[in-house]
Design a protein around this ligand. Structure first.
Ligand code: SDX
Length: 440
């Protein structure tokens, strides 16, 4: 059923302010928490709700992804993540997220063909890379080049044209891998490797990253499957920070490439997608299991900004189902690449086991999240830590474009414009009350 249609209303919530009662409709979800509709509250009661960080706020209605944080459940369009990780492939999941149900064989073949034919970039885009320093973070290149795509693909900018919207989503997903691979090659001083349409999306990404002008990278089916599973696990995650950024940018009517560039920027933060790089760097800093207690003490110290990277989650108050799957892939990949008893994996598992027995982590329900084990696998495949968030961004173009499409097609969507609790100065007369401090 389309969004915005009659919602499954149940009883109303009563809000009493200064002895006046306001009835606020409650809408039931198909799974998970119901919502109280406060959209008319300001016009009725001249008051705002207040929820920094949106810990108790539903920003939209969506049919794409469901998370049960208590039970550790993640579903894309109703399918459990475990099933999709084991049985599907990334491009089928992209199609599922954007179109709402699994494609049949013919539709999937056609869609894979369409994606393959969008992996090439306009030759002039190569010039953008020349402008970066070689030691620029690859995410800086992802942000810059993704936003610049709007100047090259002007026949897919009209957000009111269904075909142009779909064309833009295909270009963003397909080209994100090429841009990501190019940012890696540029950072290591190697020439760019063109995509090969005969390869799958994940094989192609490994080829573009690890082949070079002297020899082709020998694609191992096990590593290609691990890469594809990593893309599936990172594809979407409800209204997380970067997806909310894409939706807010999209709500102003900005073109799809600009919205996704905004999402890439938000994902880069260490509290979000940047945590996979930070988690591996943290493990390397801990160095050995005998130092674990020192770092756990730091993580528990309110006055110390240090947090255990790859631990904790706004929604999961149980083990992140994606972390479980990644942990199970670790050993297979390490064995395949010939790393026996990887000290970093052992350290990660020791850290997990000590933390999960610690009262602080138990009380605050802090478990390993998607970023805790992913870096160990990506490093074993051959990527440097700077590429981990780029890989997260490539995968998340699936969710970002699906959520952007849903928002753009939502009949009740309007520009997002939150209000505030103002606690600044009341009106002053110009010239008086100048600052006495010369601290600036
Ligand atoms: C992702 O939203 C998504 O869905 C994101 C994501 C996706 O797929 O899009 O799942 C991907 O971003 C995963 C999260 C990756 N980030 C990290 O691993 C960074 C480390 N984690 C923390 O920064 C934190 O757990 C967050 C940001 C993930 C969640 O923060 P919240 O929901 O705002 O929780 P909080 O900071 O209010 O934490 C609650 C308490 C606090 O202590 P008190 O103020 O109650 O005393 O738990 C503490 C926090 O200090 N805490 C931690 C901790 N995480 C939370 N203490 C130590 N180490 C940690 N990792």
């Amino acid at each position: 059923m389309k969004l915005g249609k009659s919602k499954n209303k149940s009883k109303a919530a009563k809000l009493i302010i200064d002895n006046k009662t306001y009835n606020l409709p409650i809408y039931n979800s198909t799974e998970g928490e119901s919502v109280i509709d406060i959209s008319k509250l300001h016009s009725q009661a001249n008051i705002f709700t207040y929820d920094p960080g949106f810990t108790s706020t539903a920003s939209c209605e969506s049919k794409i992804t469901f998370i049960d944080g208590e039970k550790g459940i993640l579903r894309y369009r109703g399918y459990d993540i475990e099933d999709l990780a084991n049985k599907s492939d990334f491009i089928e999941v992209v199609n599922l997220l954007i179109y709402g149900d699994l494609p049949n064989k013919k539709q999937l073949k056609k869609y894979k063909n369409l994606i393959s034919r969008h992996t090439l970039l306009h030759e002039q885009i190569i010039n953008f890379f020349q402008g970066f320093r070689r030691d620029a973070h690859p995410m800086a290149m992802m942000v810059g080049v993704m936003g610049a795509l709007s100047s090259f693909y002007q026949d897919s900018l009209d957000i009111n044209d269904a075909h142009q919207r779909q064309e833009a989503t295909r270009r963003i997903v397909a080209k994100s891998a090429t841009i990501g691979a190019m940012s890696y090659k540029y950072s290591i001083g190697q020439s760019f490797v063109s995509p090969k349409n005969s390869l799958s999306f994940s094989e192609n990404f490994l080829h573009m990253c690890f082949s070079n002008s002297a020899e082709n990278y020998k694609i191992s089916p096990l590593l290609a499957k691990a890469m594809d599973t990593i893309f599936i696990l990172h594809a979407d995650h409800e209204q997380n920070a970067s997806t909310s950024t894409v939706r807010l940018a999209g709500s102003s009517g900005a073109n799809p490439f600009a919205c996704i560039a905004a999402g890439v920027s938000s994902l880069w933060g260490p509290a979000h997608g940047g945590a996979n790089q930070a988690a591996l760097e943290m493990l390397e800093e801990i160095g050995s299991s005998k130092n674990i207690h020192k770092f756990i003490k730091k993580a528990k110290n309110k006055n110390d900004p240090f947090k255990l990277m790859g631990f904790g989650h706004r929604v999961y108050k149980n083990y992140d189902p994606r972390a479980k799957i990644l942990k199970s892939i670790c050993q297979k990949v390490l064995k395949h690449v010939g790393i026996k008893n990887d000290p970093i994996l052992k350290l990660a598992m020791d850290l997990e086991s000590i933390a999960l027995k610690d009262k602080y982590f138990i009380e605050k329900k802090l478990y390993p999240n998607v970023d805790f084990y992913s870096g160990i696998i990506l490093r074993a495949i051959g990527f440097p830590p700077e590429m981990f968030t780029v890989i997260f961004a490539i995968a998340r173009t699936a969710g970002w474009t699906a959520q952007w499409t849903e928002m753009t097609e939502d009949p009740i969507q309007k520009i997002g414009r939150p209000r505030q609790l103002y606690t600044g100065k009341k009106s002053l007369i110009y010239g008086k009350n100048r600052s006495k401090k010369n601290t600036r």
